[in-house]
Design a binder for this molecule. Structure first.
Ligand SMILES: [Zn+2]
Length: 512
């Protein structure tokens, strides 16, 4: 009841109205606590369907699952095609050291990596050295023919920083930090002479006659590695975890000439259509005005995309489930966008905005969630001048302990592409990222081999579903569409006014 007084104050003459809102908020919280479906949604999406790489058969299954679930909630749901993409299906991956002894290694094909022959390829492994110049790199390139090349830096320690800090002497920790920084600087300097990045280097090696590439993209926690996509055309590119990678690297450096067999049974399935999964619950008073719940459905496929971004998807689904039950008379249309292909450049959401000017011009607000499993603690105004007025007012209705933790920054700055709300902001639509506490997102789950169901903190996801449901309800009830006025952006280094970002464009084909 504490916040009732505040609500009455804010609404002044609309006291009864405010009281109804309080009652609705209470119902939302009760429904979320009594009948949560989050664990069921998570199991179905993350464990049963699994990773959702754009163009893959599993991505299609995920789209169909979303449509089925929202239809069951009484929404009008559909998959909307907006382009096509190379269709690649992950198979089994095996990495085996065959010389100087047999050892299975922890490794996997990168997404979109060419497959190997059925029985794999076997070759000597060489470690890419440090280069002092471009010509250094060019002459080394002549030596890689027929070899499998290790292209990642081999870190000096496989222990986490926290572990070092806790257990090393002060002097030992400082020494480690300085060696670590040194190594990184040297490695980056050397990479600059290759004229490539770790993603494009395999193609240069392929052209020089290498038969395979192994990378290792350690996140600074034991066992955890990032798994992106391969840009080679013919030779396989694998990721091997730091521990096994280091083994190969040291052997290569000692002149042992280790040998490895790479076996990757992925399938090329041509191209498949790309979709956004859209669900709508028509507004009962203003069906042509929209409150948009946004979360990308696709993921990288090193694990199962649990916190990037199944948690965002199930948060929106649970929020809608709650609202269907306690707020069936939604005034505006609630539209859920589960975008395809965020990971390749916000392609699904920007295609949606491009393809639906009639919806875009009548959007009240967009709530986007895409940074892990943690509870929402930061909301910025995305550069909309009046965002302060309506978001602050709406936040007053959250349960006090949720609200007290949320830091706001108004008017904030327009997003330049971190996640899907940027696709809307760039068209001048009030769209906001709901940012979470980290749970070490960057090192544990973001695009890693460990982004799995067990990393979800369900109580925090439940809190987010409540927050989204309340904010969505209030945005539906708001008497008029909120202001779209933009701030005057700051001055850049040259003294010119900055320009509102408009560079996002949907990529509708993979170009392969
Ligand atoms: Zn994401």
């Amino acid at each position: 009841m504490k916040s009732l007084g505040l609500a009455l104050l804010l609404f002044g003459t609309g006291g009864v109205f405010a009281q109804n809102k309080e009652a609705m908020v209470t119902s939302i919280v009760q429904e979320a606590n009594a009948n949560s479906q989050l664990e069921k949604y998570a199991f179905e999406l993350i464990d049963m369907i699994g990773p959702r790489l754009v163009g893959s058969p599993q991505m299609q299954q995920a789209h169909d699952w979303v449509v089925k679930k929202y239809s069951a909630l009484g929404a009008e749901a559909r998959n909307e095609a907006y382009g096509e993409w190379r269709s690649w299906e992950r198979g089994t991956s095996q990495v085996t050291m065959t010389y100087p002894r047999i050892k299975s290694l922890e490794g996997t094909q990168l997404a979109f990596s060419p497959m190997t022959k059925e029985r794999g390829i076997e070759a000597e492994v060489v470690a890419m050295p440090l280069f002092g110049s471009q010509s250094d790199f060019q002459s080394w390139l002549k030596t890689v023919k027929g070899k499998i090349v290790l292209i990642g830096m081999n870190p000096i320690s496989g222990r986490s920083d926290a572990n070092w800090k806790e257990s090393a002497s002060v002097k030992g920790y400082e020494k480690y930090q300085s060696l670590k920084n040194d190594q990184l600087k040297k490695w980056e300097g050397s990479m600059s002479y290759t004229g490539s990045t770790r993603r494009t280097l395999p193609l240069a090696l392929e052209n020089a006659g290498a038969v395979g590439v192994i990378d290792s993209y350690w996140t600074e926690l034991p066992g955890i590695t990032r798994i992106f996509d391969a840009k080679s055309k013919k030779i396989p590119v694998f990721n091997v975890g730091l521990e096994d990678y280091g083994l190969l690297y040291r052997m290569a450096e000692h002149g042992i000439k280790p040998r490895v067999s790479l076996q990757g049974n992925s399938k090329e399935l041509g191209t498949s259509k790309t979709y956004n999964s859209i669900a709508e619950i028509k507004g009962k008073e203003k069906p042509n005005e929209y409150v948009v719940l946004s979360a990308h459905l696709d993921s990288w496929d090193g694990a199962s995309g649990a916190t990037d971004n199944a948690t965002g998807v199930i948060t929106m689904m649970e929020a809608v489930r709650i609202l269907r039950k306690v707020y069936p008379e939604n005034k505006r249309t609630i539209l859920v966008g589960n975008w395809g292909s965020e990971e390749q450049g916000l392609n699904g959401s920007s295609a949606f905005v491009e393809d639906h000017p009639e919806i875009a011009k009548n959007i009240q607000v967009v709530w986007n969630q895409d940074n892990g499993t943690g509870r929402i603690v930061r909301i910025g105004g995305s550069g909309f001048e009046k965002s302060y007025e309506y978001i602050s007012r709406w936040l007053q209705y959250l349960p006090e302990d949720f609200r007290n933790e949320i830091q706001t920054s108004f008017p904030g700055m327009p997003g330049t592409g971190g996640s899907d709300h940027s696709s809307f902001v760039q068209k001048g639509i009030p769209a906001f990222g709901l940012s979470s506490t980290s749970w070490d997102y960057g090192k544990v789950t973001w695009h890693t081999n460990r982004d799995t169901y067990d990393k979800i903190v369900f109580d925090e996801v439940k809190q987010n579903a409540i927050i989204v449901a309340i904010l969505t309800y209030l945005a539906c009830e708001e008497p008029a569409l909120v202001s779209r006025d933009k701030i005057v952006l700051p001055i850049d280094k040259e003294g010119k006014p900055m320009i509102w970002p408009t560079n996002l464009q949907s990529k509708r084909t993979s170009g392969n």
